[in-house]
Design a binder for this molecule. Structure first.
Ligand code: SF4
Length: 374
């Protein structure tokens, strides 16, 4: 049973071996061999700042994301895994979910052994695509062969494996996407996350598109690929429990699920966000600034916000409609005419006393929610 004493912990690992041209996450290619260990010691110290909050709490989920957690140097990884086993694992709830994000090219048996010993029980692998030309376009260092090797290794050693896909890059078509789905689902993975390629202005792709060097896929092609993907994965036993996440029954991500139900979580590391049920705060994005702040004994917090009633309502509706569970219709009873319009247009559907977005509605969710909350 989930209680208010239950917390999730997210740890952001900012290191990557290369910078992917579409990436807008807080990560960098580190050149300082001493920094990864310094970073790990700062993560350990940052948790101590929150000991009052966590001492009487249970950790129900732990998630290492990035960045590329599997790209940590061996000394840093060993220290992190020692700390996890000694300090965090004793605070785990019995059924705690412990996920690690991994890139195929940096996943090897020695890396996996260390994390498994620390309590890892779920692995999320950044496959992205099995199409060699699309991998190249996305600037990934993996190949179809290294993707397959990583899936083989992960599925041999870990019971709960998720694969990430990037959908609708300009070189993508249904045949290529189907090839990726075939390769992934021929392994015993239990979960797939699929994200439409987003172009952010502050990335290499963003600059190239602004210069007119190439164009993103047209919206109708992206929509077509997404809707076919939702149906194909459903046919293969992976239901869309959230607009980008597909799972076999009972294998939904518990950690991400707690973000969507607004349960408390603590973020450690640069750029990590935290939420205590009423307030949200986030750490310095720059890894060195975050580290220096922790080493100086000060909270590395860059900003905070308190959500007023209106913001909470908007967030609940948005997060609810992202999930297949939807929201109680009573939450938007003051917008009944608009709801009827969306029902007629096939963007929402009624399931008993609840409303949920259809896959077509998920494609337009920001606009739907904006108007419902206006
Ligand atoms: S591996 Fe992931 S986090 Fe690192 S640069 Fe690529 S997309 Fe960004």
């Amino acid at each position: 049973m989930v209680t208010s004493r239950d917390w999730s912990v997210y740890v952001h690992v900012p290191f990557c071996e290369v910078r992917c041209p579409y990436c807008h996450f807080a990560c960098f290619v580190n050149q300082d061999p001493d920094f990864p260990l310094r970073y790990v010691r700062a993560v350990e110290r940052e948790l101590d700042f929150h000991s009052g909050r966590l001492d009487s709490a249970r950790i129900v989920s732990l998630y290492f994301g990035g960045g590329t957690p599997t790209a940590l140097s061996a000394p840093a990884r060993k220290e992190l895994c020692r700390w996890l086993g000694e300090e965090l694992r004793p605070r785990f709830a019995p059924e705690a979910e412990f996920t690690l994000e991994a890139n195929p090219e940096s996943l090897d048996p020695r890396v996996l052994d260390d994390w498994l010993e620390a309590g890892l029980n779920r692995l999320s692998i950044g496959i992205q695509t099995m199409h060699p030309k699309v991998l190249e376009f996305l600037g990934r260092r993996s190949t179809p062969a290294s993707n397959l090797r990583a899936l083989d290794l992960a599925c041999q050693r870990v019971d709960n494996v998720s694969a990430d896909l990037i959908v609708a890059s300009p070189l993508d078509d249904w045949t290529g996407l189907l090839r990726s789905i075939d390769a992934i689902t021929s392994h015993p993975v239990s979960h797939i996350s699929a994200y439409l390629l987003e172009i952010h202005a502050d990335t290499r792709f963003g600059r190239e598109v602004a210069q007119g060097l190439w164009q993103p896929s047209p919206n109708d092609q992206q929509a077509d690929l997404y809707l076919r993907l939702v149906q194909e994965l459903a046919d293969r036993g992976f239901h869309a429990y959230e607009l980008s996440n597909f799972a076999q029954p009972g294998r939904e991500s518990r950690h991400n699920g707690r973000y969507w139900t607004r349960d408390p979580y603590l973020g450690l590391g640069p750029s990590a966000h935290s939420f205590d049920g009423a307030h949200r705060w986030w750490n310095h994005r720059d890894a060195h600034r975050w580290c220096e702040s922790v080493e100086a004994g000060t909270l590395p917090v860059e900003g905070r916000e308190h959500l007023d009633r209106r913001a909470v309502r908007r967030e609940r509706i948005l997060l609810g409609l992202r999930r297949d569970e939807g929201i109680p219709e009573a939450w938007v009873e003051d917008r009944s005419r608009l709801v009827d319009d969306y029902l007629r247009a096939g963007l929402l559907e009624r399931v008993g006393p609840r409303l949920r977005a259809t896959p077509e509605g998920w494609l337009l969710l920001d606009e739907v929610v904006l108007r419902l909350c206006d």
